[in-house]
Design a protein around this ligand. Structure first.
Ligand SMILES: [Zn+2]
Ligand SMILES: [Zn+2]
Length: 173
């Protein structure tokens, strides 16, 4: 167990095992889904979004308080933003080993399309592997098919493969 996946109670259920399995196949670490008692903070009523930086601050405090030293990937359904960013698919903080991803804009429903768990899992795997890649020290990559390409819109994530390009893979070791 090298990566704890904290699944917020409001995040879509039934896909935890799939995400954990796929991340384990993509990354040189063993993920484990944990019951999370972490309370999501950072909601900004004026934007109806959650500030991902504030959220990671709280997660860092939670880790300190509970003595958890493993990296944590938190999965939430809240729409994330940050000062200077209209929205974020996820955010990571390598120095503390904390990352968050949001399912809000990964779901077809957000774009007025019929729900599809397969689509959601595919995007969530890529976005999660991207943020955990940062935790492992990977920077952004210019290869548009690589998981470490910086996705700005959903199409960017759809275009990415479940794949680290050879340069990024070499960096992962
Ligand atoms: Zn990134
Ligand atoms: Zn790459």
């Amino acid at each position: 167990m090298d990566l704890l996946i904290f699944w917020d109670a409001r995040a879509p259920s039934g896909i935890q095992a799939a995400l954990s399995r796929e991340l384990g196949a993509l990354l040189p670490l063993t993920p484990a889904v944990c019951e999370s008692h972490f309370v999501v903070t950072g909601y900004m009523p004026s934007r109806r979004q959650t500030d991902a930086s504030v959220l990671l601050d709280s997660l860092d405090l939670y880790k300190k308080r509970t003595g958890i030293s493993h990296p944590i990937l938190l999965v939430v359904s809240e729409d994330l933003c940050r000062s200077g960013d209209e929205y974020l698919f996820g955010l990571s903080r390598e120095s503390t080993g904390s990352a968050v991803v949001s399912t809000a804009r990964l779901e077809n429903e957000y774009y007025g399309l019929p729900a599809d768990d397969g689509d959601l899992i595919d995007r969530l795997v890529k976005e999660s592997a991207h943020e955990v890649g940062h935790l492992l020290g990977l920077p952004h990559c210019r290869n548009r098919e690589c998981i470490m390409y910086n996705p700005l819109v959903l199409d960017d994530i759809n275009r990415q493969k479940r794949w680290f390009c050879p340069a990024c893979r070499a960096h992962l070791g």
